[in-house]
Write a protein that binds this ligand. Structure first.
Ligand SMILES: C[S@@+](CC[C@H](N)C(=O)[O-])C[C@H]1O[C@@H](n2cnc3c(N)ncnc32)[C@H](O)[C@@H]1O
Length: 503
């Protein structure tokens, strides 16, 4: 890949405005939205009606359609068709140029705001490719968008960051927005070529690609931030079951996830953090979330959040569909059988899917092991900041006793509201609920005393003073009230319903 060719391609994409906005203007909002659902026909129809450089590039690079070579030449005045062939993005079939990769504009939002990249990846379902090749390199999907949202806010300098299993390099691009340098690893040389292409295409330097499995390419190195959307999909290790490199790490069950989590502590700097996506199995009565927590070694605070749990049948169906095998296909029963045999043989009863946030704990106290099921809708834009402050607060809470907590001034953030429910005609509420708009979108039933404490936490008076006032108002013993409320206040701080006042 000649850098000059990549730079010429970037110029041509920009000149043609092959951007999300440009595509919307060309094909309309409905057809553009359909692209995200892998439905190409409406955009193709609209593009064919409006010939021009953007239309040609949309059909070739976004939809994966063969286009006349002379049209492509007009659409790529800097790169030219020969340059596109040399770059490996098209092949010539007579007078037609056949795309070999997809290059799509991808709008994003992360801790530093909004932006857009062009992301090159293998042709996929949107381009009518099914089943995918075993070494398929993914473009930006929902998982990558989620992981990007889990990254901590960019409020402190990050020296070195690691993207483990980089694929097309999208997470490395996010990391480089706030890290001085990024190492992006993968077992796939093809993936690393895409990652390098995407970095150059988007004018991003400081991303070093390294070939190798898991932490091998970074042996002995430490990072301030590690992010990974690893190949966590549990796949039966049986001959004849297709394995896709982008999702399957070649281990039995969830062993690869265990290796990634176990390797974090020795690759994080003293205040280093990690964000992972993952799957974990409940095996023979042992809860999968507990197993996920147990993967971490000492020296690491871990917060594992299970977003969904699937039974083996639904899990097998999900990943068979993802690989392009539908229930109506002849191979479905054999493949589903292989998945179910594997789960049965190993006693797997459920598979949890979720997020892991971790941080070097520095020793001197027991590491945090917080294991939660969070099934409600969560606004992703709040999650990265919440996980950071929750891990900070967990470390702070672990270091203070109840006397120190009484001295602390807390603040209920403005996204916290209270809902009161009462039976028609009742004198007072039967249920009081606190809700948060940010954080993990939690709602929490509380009693009058705790609601009063949260309501009065406006950053003025310490917890102890509020406790005394509430005990007086409710005419209850202050020590009894404190013993009841202080553990719950700790939980409210951890979950973001209350914050420490930062002077
Ligand atoms: C789910 S994809 C994630 C790609 C990209 N980071 C994203 O979020 O879209 C997982 C990536 O891990 C790579 N991979 C598979 N086995 C690996 C291993 N043992 N060590 C490192 N990377 C691996 C795959 O080639 C693939 O690119």
């Amino acid at each position: 890949m000649h850098p000059a060719h990549i730079d010429a391609l970037a110029r041509d994409l920009a000149t043609a405005s092959l951007t999300s906005e440009g595509i919307r203007a060309l094909v309309g909002a409905g057809a553009e939205a359909a692209l995200a659902r892998a439905v190409a026909a409406p955009a193709r129809r609209a593009a064919l009606r409006s010939p021009g450089a953007r239309s040609t590039l949309l059909r070739a690079l976004v939809l994966g359609d063969a286009v006349p070579a002379d049209e492509l030449a007009d659409a790529l005045p800097s790169l030219g068709v020969d340059g596109a062939v040399a770059l490996g993005i098209v092949a010539l079939d007579g007078d037609a140029a056949r795309p070999l990769v997809a290059i799509r504009p991808c709008a994003f939002r992360d801790a530093l705001g909004e932006g857009e990249w062009w992301i090159a990846s293998d042709l996929d379902e949107l381009a009518g490719v099914a089943p995918l090749r075993p070494d398929h390199v993914l473009g930006i999907g929902g998982a990558a968008r989620t992981l990007a949202a889990l990254l901590p806010p960019a409020d402190a300098p990050v020296g070195a960051a690691l993207d483990l299993g980089t694929g097309c390099g999208v997470i490395a691009l996010h990391l480089r927005r706030f890290a001085d340098r990024v190492v992006a690893t993968d077992v796939s040389e093809r993936a690393l070529r895409f990652a390098a292409l995407n970095a150059r295409l988007n004018g991003v330097d400081g991303i070093e690609t390294r070939l190798g499995s898991l932490f091998e390419p970074v042996a002995g190195e430490r990072f301030d931030l590690i992010a990974s959307n690893p190949p966590f999909v549990i796949t039966p290790r049986e001959p004849g079951v297709p394995a896709f490199e982008y999702r399957d790490g070649g281990r039995t069950g969830d062993a690869l996830m265990g290796e990634v989590v176990a390797g974090l502590a020795e690759h994080l700097t003293a205040r280093g953090e990690a964000r992972l996506l993952g799957n974990w199995e409940s095996i023979a009565g042992a809860d999968g979330l507990d197993r996920a927590g147990a993967w971490a070694s000492d020296g690491l605070d871990v917060w594992a959040i299970e977003r969904e749990s699937l039974d083996p049948v639904r899990y097998a169906e999900l990943w068979l569909r993802d690989g392009g095998t539908l229930p109506r296909d002849a191979d479905f029963p054999r493949l589903a059988g292989a998945w179910l045999d594997d789960f049965e043989a190993r006693g797997v009863t459920a598979i949890g899917m979720g997020w892991i946030a971790a941080r070097a704990s520095g020793g001197g106290r027991p590491p945090l092991r917080r294991l939660e099921r969070v099934g409600q809708a969560v606004a992703l834009e709040h999650v990265g900041a919440h996980l950071r402050s929750a891990l900070d607060d967990a470390a702070w809470l672990a270091g203070i006793d109840d006397d120190a907590l009484r001295e602390t001034v807390l603040v209920a953030p403005p996204d916290v509201t209270e809902a009161r429910h009462q039976l028609p005609g009742a004198a007072g509420p039967n249920v009081i609920e606190l809700r948060q708009g940010g954080g993990l979108g939690r709602s929490l039933p509380v009693d009058t005393a705790l609601a009063a404490l949260v309501g009065a936490s406006d950053g003025e008076l310490p917890v102890g003073t509020l406790l005394a006032a509430i005990a007086g108002l409710l005419e209850v013993d202050e020590a009894v009230l404190a013993a009841d409320l202080l553990p719950r206040v700790r939980e409210l701080v951890l979950t973001g319903f209350l914050h420490r006042r930062r002077d």
